[in-house]
Write a protein that binds this ligand. Structure first.
Ligand SMILES: [Zn+2]
Ligand SMILES: [Zn+2]
Length: 176
């Protein structure tokens, strides 16, 4: 599917946040480190306890949007997510190409995260439909995904889950 690259990348950040393993101590610092390219160089990367909680709430809202089964639910949850965002469009050419960010470079890292996730998700839902979001069909997974395939046929969060499920289905058939 052919969509604006920044928003489509930002939705991947949202999905990664929703799927982040929060059972691990210091998960938010770990997440920020793993997605370093999303945050302006030099902005302090550490979240305090309140910041980590806010990031967790944002993650829960992204997941809630992906799990919604009616448009009314999507609107409710998406608007709850958007109410946490502080978008201020910012033009930049940090990678050589002139493009827009949702927040200026000097916004606190929590704002950069929340706003980019909320705006990226909202943009993709508004342009391509909330049916593009789903939850992985692999047994025991539960990760959410965004379906960027042309025919909207995605059912798994990853190739790992897709092949695990194919093998399981094959074994189940062989037993009959
Ligand atoms: Zn950029
Ligand atoms: Zn999965």
């Amino acid at each position: 599917m052919d969509y604006d690259t920044y928003a489509s990348n930002a939705v991947e950040l949202a999905i990664d946040l929703a799927n982040a393993d929060r059972a691990v101590d210091g998960w938010s610092a770990e997440f920020l480190r793993a997605h370093d390219e999303w945050f302006s160089p030099g902005s302090p990367r550490d979240l305090d306890a309140g910041g980590a909680r806010a990031a967790a709430e944002t993650a829960d809202l992204v997941r809630a949007v992906a799990l919604a089964t009616t448009q009314a639910e999507v609107l409710d949850r998406l608007n709850a997510l958007l109410s946490r965002a502080h978008p201020q469009p910012h033009a930049t050419d940090h990678d050589g190409e002139l493009h827009l960010h949702y927040t200026p470079a000097d916004a606190p890292v929590l704002d950069q995260l929340t706003t980019t996730v909320a705006m990226g998700l909202a943009q993709v839902v508004a342009q391509h439909g909330w049916q593009r979001l789903g939850v992985c069909s692999a047994e025991g997974c539960g990760n959410v995904y965004v379906d960027t395939s042309r025919n909207a046929s995605r059912r798994y969060c990853s190739n790992t889950c897709a092949s695990r499920s194919t093998v399981a289905a094959y074994r189940a058939r062989r037993k009959v």
